[in-house]
Design a protein around this ligand. Structure first.
Ligand SMILES: [Mg+2]
Length: 331
């Protein structure tokens, strides 16, 4: 049922309007002055269609129109002014305040009904436009195969998270993950199996992430993880969990069981020694390269100990953590 808000200070006109609208099948939200109408229109579930009397105490209909228009543009509220004034300049003032239409009092029932229908058509069109735009936005920012953020979107997200981490003086971890010998999987089993492996990989990773972590498809079989607030130890734990989750059970695809492993490179953004996005990704890429050259199916962390750059395996990081040693991380 379409909701409609009415604002009218005169009790007799208000009652008449309410009864008429209900008879036409609208759900009516009744307010008695401009102030009350404005309060109601700001609420999350506010009616998108409103009939406002021009002359009202506290706040007149024109002022309500101005306030509604000054607020966010979406979702749109269709505003009809109800006025005893019929002169041209008044109508101009009414429409300039942001009203979409006006009806003169005493209202002619049939006319009001058609004007309300016109308003509903506008609202329907706007809803469809927003829906179409949202669909395009999803297409533009998501990877079609896996449903993850695409490369451009995950980079945008990382840029924002790095700025936030620097401002809030918090750590941030990123991990670059690559499926080992993925080309072999495609060559041996075909691309359909390859696609299933990518999708299943994502399904396995998702439950291991927190709600504010982000995962994007970085390249063909490469993924980028953004882990806000994670220090080296936490990030390595997450990466190691992912590695185990991927390798411990073969992936079923097209009636075949495919053994899959992955390698991960982890880099830490330390607000005490900030680095830009490119440097972060390069650092994680180098750690990934190290994981590959150390035999794959492993996690490597890019760390700095005593000013020297080095890589630490997940095993080393977790062992260090057990000994309660602290070390600095970075480039
Ligand atoms: Mg009035």
């Amino acid at each position: 049922m379409v909701q409609i808000l009415i604002a009218e200070d005169d009790p007799v006109s208000r009652r008449l309007l309410e009864i008429t609208l209900r008879k036409w099948g609208y759900e009516v939200v009744v307010t008695c002055d401009g102030e009350e109408a404005w309060q109601r229109l700001q609420q999350e579930d506010a009616p998108r269609l409103a009939i406002l009397d021009w002359m009202m105490p506290k706040m007149d209909g024109l002022e309500v129109c101005r306030k509604v228009r000054a607020q966010k543009a979406e979702p749109y509220t269709y505003l009809i002014l109800l006025t005893a004034k019929g002169q041209k300049e008044d109508i101009v003032a009414g429409l300039e305040s942001g009203a979409d239409d006006y009806v003169t009092k005493p209202f002619h029932a049939h006319e009001l009904r058609v004007r309300l229908r016109a308003g509903e058509r506008i609202l329907d069109l706007q809803a469809k436009l927003i829906e179409a735009r949202e669909a395009l936005r999803v297409q533009a920012t998501h990877d079609f195969l896996t449903g993850l953020w695409n490369r451009a979107a995950i980079f945008d997200l990382l840029r924002q998270e790095l700025a936030r981490a620097e401002r809030e003086k918090r750590m941030l971890a990123i991990a670059v993950m690559d499926l080992d010998h993925f080309k072999c999987i495609n060559d041996t089993y075909g691309h359909l199996v390859g696609d299933t492996v990518l999708r299943e990989t994502v399904q396995r990773i998702r439950p291991l992430l927190r709600i504010y972590d982000a995962l994007g498809r970085y390249g063909g079989e490469e993924f980028l993880l953004v882990l806000p607030g994670c220090d080296a130890l936490e990030a390595v734990r997450v990466a190691e969990r992912i590695r185990v989750e991927i390798c411990q059970t073969p992936i079923k695809a097209e009636g075949k069981e495919v053994a899959v492993t992955c390698s991960l490179g982890v880099a830490i953004f330390d607000p005490a020694r900030p680095m830009d996005m490119d440097a972060c990704i390069r650092t994680a890429d180098r750690a990934l390269y190290q994981a590959k050259s150390n035999g794959r199916n492993r996690v490597e962390l890019a760390a700095t100990t005593d000013g020297k750059r080095k890589f630490l395996s997940a095993h080393e990081v977790l062992a260090h953590a057990e000994q309660d040693l602290s070390y600095r991380t970075g480039r």
